[in-house]
Design a protein around this ligand. Structure first.
Ligand code: T1G
Length: 692
């Protein structure tokens, strides 16, 4: 199908790009666009050219799915040379998102008209690369390097209005094609077009100085990300090298980054996020239940945070407790969190007041009567939850959605306490609920499709990343986290120390390691859960029996000197660990960081494979999205399943077999799916998604 249609309006050729869904610059579009420009350029009846687009996006950029494959001519720079080198004026009519290569097409044009709400940006940095088709050379020539560099470093787009103020576009109009045609006619009357690459007047010594200051700051903040440093080098070339040399240097830097593992991981995340939004068996556009108001049961840390999510999204919410004192505490905690944001300057006093006014504190479940959705965030004990759901069943209106925020309890058992199991599901928020992006939507058998679709859509309105998962102990994230926690405990007994285990994960890119994290959250939380499940962990239990609950008690796995945030090694803890190793007859040995990393992450991947076998997760990419958004897995590592693919599943299987032989933990035996993929020389990414 032709991806570019040519029409004529007088002596103006209008080339309309049409490559659904977002006009990504696939090879076919590049070829059609170059041919259409060259044809119009050689048409004696044409004085000027307008490049427009159909659909919601102008051009969404290069086709990311083509990266890593052999290039297909014409490559984008060649298309842009044809545009910029055209003897007749070429004007871009930007009605929607012009991102990445899409903006680079517009930059190669001789002028640009944008709709007020259009989005213009160079987001390549978010994919671990830099603009690869002239963006680093042309954008500074239009708006100055000091304005162009931050746009490319953040990757954030600007509106048509902002682009006009920057000098990035020449006009803003609600009818971009008509305005572009008129501008093209005026330019044609002026003669030779003004080429972006030849404009140097913005590149002043003052602009250079301002850019260098920004570059120095960027080097300090993101010196460990190669693409940020490459961007500095590429933009600096606008001052130090010719346009042609700058383009060549940019291309070389870009191609090197595309081949980097970090960029491959970020491109995997781009598609995995979009795949996770596709729910097997539920067609896009399934009718949703209207959510005009909500209620949250339980005003503890989680309940308060969940209520804030609704208020922050502008949805009125009733926050309910059993007694006045409890709801007073709850609402005061919420007010204090908002106040902290106002103090930090991230929230205006007006918005604080507006959000607080949307949260109605109440005592007694009857206050949930009018809510369209009720989220239960009460004590993590099945009896308590069944009592609440049974009472709610008699109170809330027909069609109301009942959700539990439980982090691992069985949803069907909770639903069985009501006469409306088809309206009951899990909405597992992650602490702090008003901050963490991940929302596990737990879909038990028998829940209505429109309830799931409504929950997913609501999650997005709350600014969350929803991932639909099946019902099972710990669902996906916490079930895999438990494997890492057990592995960390095993490592302490085998010879590693807390700071060595933590350093392995922070060195991998996590913000914190498991022991520092446990000290932060409170070691007694895990202790209480283990006791409720009749489980033990020698070191973790001993730490708690000593009353070392973590930061809140001044010591846990580490000692926290008065007011210190970072813990220090505690000789008493290390002596305790050595004593437990001795009691268990273990001869302690040292571990390399690589060994520690493998022992922590391989069991997680193995549990992920089991989760896929059981159908608790639909895709490996869903598991990666869960770990990126719920547990701070570093995005440029792609997630546990993507990481396993990069290590090699055969390597993971072999290491698990060695660990299983050393330990009595049968969970370390490689999962059948993992063995099969490894034996077939396959990766998780090649796993076909289960049908509906
Ligand atoms: N390449 C391939 N597929 C893409 C794509 C792209 N650039 N952008 C979107 N898609 C697919 C997406 O996977 C989904 O597929 C469908 O289109 C709708 O996307 C040379 C090297 C444009 C703001 O980073 O930000 O140019 O799931 O759900 O919410 O220097 O898509 O339907 O099968 O996101 O309306 C730089 C990426 C590339 C922009 C529209 N460009 N895209 O949002 O739709 S690198 C980007 C977006 C580059 C140059 C460099 C958004 C959007 P499916 P969607 P949306």
């Amino acid at each position: 199908m032709q991806t570019v249609q040519t029409a004529k309006r007088g002596a103006i050729a209008i080339l309309t790009i049409d490559n659904p869904p977002v006009n990504a610059l696939a090879a076919s579009l590049r070829a059609d666009l170059k041919a259409a420009v060259e044809s119009a350029a050689s048409d004696a009846g044409i004085d000027a050219i307008v490049i427009a687009a159909a659909g919601r996006a102008f051009i969404a950029g290069a086709d990311i799915s083509e990266f890593g494959k052999p290039p297909v001519a014409p490559i984008l720079p060649d298309v842009l040379d044809a545009i910029e080198g055209c003897a007749k004026p070429v004007v871009a009519a930007i009605q929607g998102a012009a991102l990445g290569g899409g903006l680079e097409v517009a930059l190669a044009c001789h002028a640009r008209v944008a709709a007020p709400a259009a989005k213009l940006g160079l987001p390549e940095i978010k994919l671990g690369i830099i603009p690869g088709a002239g963006g680093t050379q042309r954008l500074p020539r239009l708006v100055g390097a000091a304005k162009a560099f931050p746009m490319m470093l953040s990757g954030e787009p600007v509106s048509g209005e902002k682009a006009l103020a920057l000098g990035l576009v020449d006009e803003v109009s609600d009818d971009v094609v008509a305005a572009a045609v008129a501008l093209a006619q005026r330019l044609a009357a002026k003669g030779a077009p003004r080429r972006t690459g030849e404009q140097e007047d913005r590149l002043t010594p003052e602009d250079r100085a301002a850019f260098e200051a920004l570059a120095l700051d960027a080097t300090k903040k993101s010196g460990d990300m190669p693409n940020a440093m490459a961007l500095v080098e590429a933009v600096r070339n606008v001052f130090t090298r010719s346009f042609a040399e700058g383009l060549a240097a940019e291309r070389a830097l870009f191609l090197k980054l595309v081949a980097d593992e970090r960029s491959k991981a970020l491109r995997h995340v781009f598609f995995a996020e979009r795949e996770a939004a596709k729910i097997p068996g539920i067609a896009p556009g399934t009718a949703e239940r209207p959510i005009a108001s909500a209620a949250v049961i339980g005003a503890g840390t989680m309940g308060g945070g969940i209520a804030m999510c609704f208020a922050n999204a502008g949805i009125p919410v009733t926050l309910i407790e059993q007694q006045q004192a409890q709801i007073d505490n709850g609402i005061n905690r919420v007010a204090a969190i908002y106040e902290m944001s106002v103090t930090r300057g991230s929230l205006t006093p007006e918005n604080r007041d507006r959000r607080l006014a949307l949260i109605t504190p109440a005592v007694g479940l009857q206050a949930a009567a009018g809510a369209d959705i009720v989220v239960e965030a009460a004590f993590e004990e099945m009896g308590v939850k069944q009592e609440i759901f049974s009472a709610l069943d008699a109170i809330v209106k027909p069609g109301a959605i009942l959700a539990s925020n439980t982090s691992y309890l069985d949803i069907p058992t909770i639903a069985a306490a009501t006469n409306r199991p088809q309206d009951v599901l899990g909405m597992h928020f992650f602490s702090p609920a008003n901050v963490m992006k991940l929302l596990e939507i737990v879909r038990p058998t028998g829940v209505a499709d429109d309830v799931v679709a409504t929950a997913v859509s609501l999650a997005r309105k709350l600014g969350k990343v929803p991932v639909v998962v099946g019902n099972g102990f710990g669902f996906v994230g916490n079930r895999m986290l438990e494997q890492r926690t057990r592995a960390a405990e095993r490592l302490l007994i085998a010879g590693a120390l807390p700071h060595e285990v933590d350093a392995a994960l922070t060195g991998f890119g996590f913000k914190m390691g498991p022991f520092a994290m446990s000290d932060l959250a409170g070691n007694d939380i895990g202790w209480r859960t283990r006791k409720s499940r009749g489980k033990t962990a020698a070191v973790a239990d001993a730490i708690c029996e000593a009353g070392w609950f973590g930061q809140k008690t001044g010591r846990g796995y580490y000692i926290y000197p008065e007011g210190a945030r970072a813990g220090e090694r505690d000789p008493e803890v290390e002596a305790l660990i050595a004593c437990i190793s001795k009691e268990q007859g273990v001869t302690r040995r040292s571990f390399t960081q690589a060994e520690i990393l493998a022992r922590l992450l391989d069991p997680m991947v193995n549990e992920g494979a089991r989760i896929l076998e059981e159908g608790i997760a639909t895709r490996p990419g869903d598991i990666d999205i869960i770990w990126l958004n719920g547990y701070n897995w570093p995005a440029w590592r792609g997630g546990p399943m993507h990481w396993a693919d990069s290590v090699g599943l055969d390597v993971i299987v072999r290491r698990l077999e060695e660990q299983a032989a050393e330990s009595s933990d049968t969970a370390l035996e490689p999962a059948a799916l993992l063995r099969r993929l490894a034996a077939e020389g396959k990766t998780f990414s090649e796993l076909k998604v289960r049908a509906a």
